[in-house]
Design a binder for this molecule. Sequence first.
Ligand code: GLC
Length: 622
Amino acid sequence: MKSTLYAAAACFLLLGCRTGTVDQKPKSFSSFDSEAKALVARMTLEEKLGQMTQPEQGPVMASPGDMQKYFIGSVLSGGDSDPQEGNTLEAWTDLYDRVQTEAMKTRFGIPVLYGVDAVHGHSNVLGAVIFPHNIALGCTRDPELVEKINRITAAEVRATGIQWTFSPCVAVPQDIRWGRTYEGFSEDPELVATLGEAAVRGLQGNLGDPLSVLACAKHFVGDGGTAPSALPIPGAPAAPGARLWLDRGDMRVDESTLRRIHLPGYVAAIRAGVGSIMPSYSSWNGVKCTGSHRLLTEILKQELGFEGFLISDYNAIAEIRPDDYKTSVEIAVNAGIDMAMETSHYRRFFDTLKELVDEGRVPMARIDDAVTRILRVKFAMGLMDKGRSQLADRKLHQVFGSDAHRAVAREAVRKSLVLLKNESRALPISKQAARIHVAGKSADDIGNQCGGWTIRWQGQGGEVTPGGTTVLAAIRSSVSPATRVTYSRDGTGAEGAVVAVAVIGEKPYAEGVGDRDDLGLDPEDRATVANLKKARIPVVTLVISGRPMILGDVLGQSDALLAAFLPGTEGRGITDVLFGDYKPTGKLSFSWPRANGQLPLNIHAPEELYDPLFRCGHGLTW
Ligand code: GLC
């Protein structure tokens, strides 16, 4: 009985409001200065450097004594960094507890911040609810929903003990050929700011709340504004045979453009009290963001008053001077990097920074500032409360992947669907139809529904995680008992059905691996729809992709067409609209081009050049 009450209470906590502390404006991090500075004053240089050093869990837990030897203050699980015991809720929770236990064996017993990419739910962990990626949430234009989603994400992250997520991404992608387009809410800076602020509120709430996690606005700044390159960009992952590179590239704009398009998400995140920000791998006019004093200290910390700490991206520091790691560390830390995500190179970073301080190339004042920033966030989060356990609260396992969470994800899918075409009343489909034929490579594929950053860094097709519902399964569970639902991946055999539903689009990818010079639908998708068209029945096409695609003949061959982008595990949110239980309300978060030749194409183009197939903000209903 008690556990049921707890689960109910926890769900109420997440869905309605937080109990205990009333939501109020978050205390500023500087209000914890006295405690933080008092501790810094007692710390040795090595203890300070440890707070600035973030290894990945695999390498450091292979030598757990390093947690004490290097006084490690933070650990991450990046993509594909699962517990060695396997990818289960228990194994993740055990891993967190092991890391925390090792960390607290040091003199001051300062707990680690454990970071993970919970970018659309706790998306590394099997069984977590996988929400739509940000590109789809942008189509809802619903900050309250985005806040609720992030509150649930925070609880599922906390269920594993972990207290930090490297999200929200507040990139403003300007060229949808970029492989990280789907991590952005929109090409519209105002929409990014509104939803980014809501995400931070949802994740952090009142930061000392045990159901809150530290948020991390990323990637500062202009990661979505880089110029396309015909040559590979050093360090950027790329797909085999790539012919265009954008990820980690160079943004060549003046400062007023940077401020107008790429800064609003950070101003909003800081207003919401974000405690960490991640500088971008990319460059601004040839200067790596990770090493830019202008960006990190003068603009972000001094002008915008950011009081949290800066965490470098995954081994990004070494990219500043690829041939001179020591100078890279000197530039990065002096520019304003406070914590270094150095993964398996954590010993090299620690030793190099110590040398730089001993040689006077990095002043102790900079070290003290960085450690003060990190510690005051830990104080604000309650990590330093001696009377409070820093191990995982396993009672939260009851809410992990719960039906209540899935219901919110289903709502998000519904509200993110964008109806782009609906002729001859192809939609909504009757649940009493005699026969519905379903087709397409993504009709029965949870992995394709979820996209990248799902269980695997790059994501993967197929049954990538349990507990979800594919579009085909959702259709089958929605129709009347008398309705026949048939399926063929290639679209053949549809003759005689009342209507055909094609589910097509992109296979999963992440980061530069998704950079593409050609956004045309693949030949398999085009053949699928063409085969359905031959059956001479209405065709409803659903595009599941990380960005708008060049539709070609598919648009004309479809009587109705919807964009789902990357909806995640809850496919029933799609059938809620297909069968008319809910009207479509989504509005495009990105401009939808007619042809590759128009790219890059966004709302910042001169009006006379702005000629998309569907405008940003477009969406039909009935
Ligand atoms: C990646 C990404 C960043 C992520 C980090 C940790 O390379 O650029 O978004 O948070 O590494 O996984």
